[in-house]
Each structure stands twice: as structure tokens, then as C-alpha cells.
Design a protein around this ligand. Structure first.
Ligand SMILES: Cc1cc2nc3c(=O)[nH]c(=O)nc-3n(C[C@H](O)[C@H](O)[C@H](O)COP(=O)(O)OP(=O)(O)OC[C@H]3O[C@@H](n4cnc5c(N)ncnc54)[C@H](O)[C@@H]3O)c2cc1C
Length: 470
């Protein structure tokens, strides 16, 4: 694929030179060192070549890039961690890349952190864990905080603290007119409401201020695998335990193939397994006692459930989610776990094509359910679990078979959905109908906020809220 040339956007060399001069950070063009690294995203199915990449160093660079895109009428895209499965970080035109802006400022006494928009989850976790604190972020530490937080966000602390975006205190934002504004409960509250779930539709966020929680540094966590034949009994145990689990205990269930992890015997690598991953941030003794029914169940193939640092828990899944594979997912929120759903999920797992496929159940019920639907744009306050049908593979020739498995499994299992879905898990082909499903009754208000803050739709490389009447 070739880059859209500067001529395609009627950009002269003198205008590019002037932009380069104005930016503190580097401006990258196709063929220049670091251009390919800057434009690449986690999902290898997405291969886009922007005309220009502005690697911003500070807020002034962000304003410069936004003004340049608007004034020259060229498409603008914004990249945080580049993990979005639909590849929304990169489009044609000008790419504003945050990868050089990764500072985390802490106020341990107030239990708050302000993180620059290029931070990955690991940046924030490492900084906050120095003080035994953590922001509610996601399960894979290489994910960007920006896309995750703006779309809602869930992870190991969600049952205690709600969506990631429920824990935002303020955001610093560059608007479509190039103004720098604060969005918080006190300042620009409509923008604050929309940014908490509505993605990058309303502005470019330069930093996020999070509320922090005491966590670890040592927690009880890890994972235990059993052979796939044990799935009915393991998932039945799982269903019973999660029904009464306190918010500190998060148990994630997997139907997948065994990863080639050093703690698993080589003969079971890539064999079908059922697994339960635990992260319990309660007192260690209580957490171990709560995990006992899982720890003592059946004959496992491998088990690394133990006291461990929160940082090691946060990166436990990283190796299973490398960048550069082809990926396709579908997801739904579930109000509860029905035995029939588990039976059908087990049947679909037997048909998995790629060894990197999985059906995953994340419990998220708790704090988020106690807030009203309209608290923030993220909504979905009736969700108790996120169901993810995930597939990764390496060879483009296998696209059709893998996508077909995901779609057919989803078509069957969506019968158990709340009707809502996670905007951050929507794939490239999922358009307005699925965006409306992701926002439910909050969609109409999102359109109003969009019309106020970005009526010309400058920020459209996202799951777009089109600024027309709802
Ligand atoms: C392996 C993996 C694990 C994941 N695990 C979780 C999980 O545990 N919990 C969870 O909630 N989600 C999870 N996700 C989904 C994740 O939340 C989304 O992929 C999210 O988009 C990632 O954020 P990012 O910054 O890396 O995204 P990017 O791909 O960089 O961007 C995504 C979108 O956000 C916009 N954006 C980025 N930065 C800004 C900014 N500064 N201002 C305005 N808009 C911006 C982009 O333009 C784009 O539209 C996971 C994804 C992957 C691939």
C-alpha cells in the first residue's frame, strides 16, 4: 500500500517544511526512519500509510498538528498505544502520534495521577505501584491508556471501581478550534461526559487525571489450566463462584489452546484447555482462601496461582497478545452467566480453527452497575460480564476460516447479550448500527456533544458519532 501523497491533499513542500519547523517533535514522511514504526498498529490486518506523522512532544505540538490538519483540510488521526482492533489510530493524511508523551505525575497523598496521553498501561502501573496505588486499567500492559479510557475501559479493578472512565477526575483537551480546555465535573461538563466513553470524537486529549486505589504491591493472582474435556465441570464451578465473589476477586474464564508458556509441559502446548485466571486485590490470606475451591479442583495441567506483585499480574497475559498477528473479535455484554451459554460456548470452542483463538468471560459487575446509565457516555450499567470471541492468526490465507468461526460463534452466543457491546472491541466493519448498540440510550446525547465540540467532524478516525441530528 502506498501513502497518500502530499499532492493528493494539495500540500506543498514549503507547507510541510513550515510544519516541521513549528513542531518540537519530529515530523516523519514515508521512507524516513521511524515512519513505519510510527504508523504500525497492533492488528496486522490494518496497514495504512499516512502522508505525514507528527510525533508530538508537548501540548503545543498537539495544537500545531490539529490546526494544520484543519486549516489544510487533510484527514487527522490520533494514535495512543495503537491497540485498537479496528486500527482506528491510523488514517490517511496527518497522523498525530503520542508515543513520545509518556509522563506520569503522581500525588500519592491525594491518590491521584495525571498521565500523558501516550502512556501505555505499564507506564501508569509502574509509577503508581511505587506507592502501592493503581488506576483501574485493563488486562494487557502494552495497551494504550488513551483509547482504553476514552472508550470506557475495564480490567482487574473494575468490579471495585467501575469503568476506567468512571475514575477520571479531569482531562486536558485540544479542541477542533485548537483551544486548550479542561474537561471535568466543574469545567465543560458536557465535554467531560462525552469523553468518558465517547472515544476521541470531541477533541484530542493530552492528559488524563485518574483517581487511584490502594492495590498490592502484592496481590493473589495467576492462572490455572485443565484439559478441555473438564470444561463443563470447570465452568460450572466458575459460574457458582463468581456469583458470590466479592469485588476484590476477579476470575476470568478462558476456552482456548494452551500457550507455549515455560510453566506448562511442552506436550500440552497448543492443546485445547479451559482456564481460570484470578486477580484478587483483597488481603492475601482472604484471597488465598477464596481461591481454594479453584486451587484444589480436579487435576490441572499447570497452575501459577500464587501471591505475586500486581505488576506481574498486569503483564501476565502480554506474551499471549503480541503485535503483528491478524486479529478479528466480536464481543457482547452479558447480564449474567446462563448454564446454556456456557454449554454453547464449550461446543463452539471445539470448532476453533487457529491456535490463538479464545472464548473469554470477564466479570465486570459491581461498582459500574451502581451508577445511573447516563452517568457517563460509557453507559452499559446492566453489564455483569464481557464476552469476547477472539481470534488471531498469522497467514492471510486463513482469514476467511477464522473470521467465519468468530462470526458464527457470535451469532449464536449474542442471544445471551444485554444488547450492548464494547465500543473498543468493535472491528473495522462494524458501523453505525453497532456504535448505537454500544451507546444505547446515551447515543442521542453524544450527538449533541459532538455537534457542540466538533460540528465539522475533524475528529472522525474513531467509532464516529456523526454530528447530525440524532
Ligand atoms: C491485546 C489487547 C488487550 C486489550 N485489553 C483490554 C482490556 O483489558 N480492557 C479494555 O477496556 N480494553 C482492552 N483492549 C481494548 C482497548 O481498550 C482498545 O484497543 C483501545 O483502543 C486501546 O487504546 P490505544 O490507546 O492503544 O488505542 P489506539 O489504537 O491508539 O486508538 C484508539 C482510538 O482512540 C483514539 N485516540 C487515541 N489517543 C487519543 C487521544 N489522545 N485523544 C483522542 N483520541 C485518541 C484514536 O484516534 C482511535 O480512534 C485491549 C486491546 C488489545 C489489542
Amino acid at each position: 500500500m502506498t501513502a497518500d501523497s502530499a499532492e493528493a491533499f494539495a500540500l506543498g513542500q514549503d507547507e510541510i517544511a513550515a510544519l516541521r519547523k513549528q513542531l518540537r517533535g519530529p515530523l516523519l514522511l514515508p521512507g524516513e526512519p521511524a515512519y513505519d514504526e510510527a504508523r504500525s498498529v497492533w492488528n496486522a490486518m490494518i496497514d495504512r500509510r499516512p502522508t505525514l506523522v507528527a510525533r508530538c512532544l508537548d501540548v503545543g505540538d498537539v495544537v500545531t498538528a490539529v490546526n494544520f490538519a484543519r486549516d489544510h483540510n487533510i484527514p487527522l488521526s490520533v494514535k495512543g498505544g495503537g491497540h485498537n482492533i479496528a486500527g482506528l489510530a491510523v488514517g490517511p493524511g496527518l497522523l498525530l502520534d503520542f508515543s513520545l508523551m509518556r509522563e506520569v505525575q503522581l500525588d500519592p497523598a491525594a491518590r491521584t495521577a495525571r498521565a500523558a496521553a501516550g502512556c501505555l498501561l505499564s507506564d501508569v502501573d509502574q509509577a503508581t505501584q511505587v506507592y502501592g496505588l493503581a488506576a483501574p486499567l485493563g488486562f494487557v500492559s502494552t495497551t494504550g491508556i488513551a483509547g482504553l479510557t476514552l472508550g470506557g475501559g475495564f480490567g482487574y479493578l473494575t468490579r471495585r471501581a467501575g469503568w476506567t472512565c468512571d475514575n477520571l477526575l479531569s482531562l486536558n483537551v485540544v479542541t477542533a478550534t485548537g483551544e486548550i480546555v479542561v474537561a471535568s465535573a466543574e469545567e465543560n461538563p458536557d465535554l467531560f461526559w462525552g469523553l468518558r466513553g465517547g472515544g476521541g470524537n470531541f477533541g484530542v486529549v493530552t492528559s488524563f487525571e485518574y483517581r487511584l486505589y490502594p492495590v498490592g504491591p502484592e496481590i493473589y493472582g495467576g492462572i490455572r489450566f485443565w484439559p478441555a474435556e473438564d470444561a463443563p465441570a470447570v465452568l460450572d464451578l466458575y459460574r457458582t463462584l463468581v456469583a458470590s465473589a466479592p469485588p476484590e476477586q476477579v476470575c476470568v474464564a478462558f476456552l482456548r489452546f494452551a500457550p507455549p508458556a515455560p510453566w506448562l509441559p511442552p506436550e500440552i502446548h497448543f492443546k485445547p484447555v479451559v482456564g481460570i485466571l484470578i486477580c484478587d486485590t483483597g488481603p492475601l490470606a482472604d484471597a488465598a482462601e477464596r481461591a481454594a475451591p479453584i486451587k484444589s479442583f480436579g487435576a490441572p495441567l499447570g497452575d501459577v496461582l500464587q501471591p505475586r506483585t500486581y505488576l506481574s499480574q498486569q503483564s501476565l497475559l502480554d506474551a499471549t497478545q503480541p503485535p503483528g498477528r491478524r486479529n478479528y473479535w466480536k464481543s457482547e455484554y452479558l447480564p449474567r452467566l446462563e448454564p446454556a451459554l456456557l454449554e454453547r460456548a464449550i461446543a463452539h470452542a471445539r470448532r476453533m480453527v487457529s491456535p490463538y483463538s479464545a472464548i473469554i468471560l470477564f466479570p465486570i459487575g459491581g461498582a459500574l452497575n451502581r451508577l445511573p446509565e447516563g452517568h457517563s457516555a460509557a453507559g452499559n450499567r446492566d453489564a455483569a460480564f464481557a464476552l469476547i470471541i477472539a481470534c488471531a492468526w498469522e497467514d492471510a490465507a486463513a482469514d476467511a476460516d477464522n473470521i467465519s468461526w468468530v462470526r458464527s460463534t457470535w451469532r449464536d452466543l449474542r442471544a445471551f447479550s444485554t444488547g450492548g457491546t464494547y465500543v473498543n472491541f468493535l472491528t473495522a466493519e462494524e458501523g453505525e448500527e453497532r456504535i448505537r448498540a454500544a451507546y444505547g440510550p446515551n447515543y442521542a446525547r453524544l450527538v449533541e456533544v459532538k455537534r457542540r465540540w466538533d460540528p465539522e467532524n475533524l475528529f472522525h478516525t474513531n467509532k464516529n458519532i456523526v454530528p447530525r441530528p440524532a
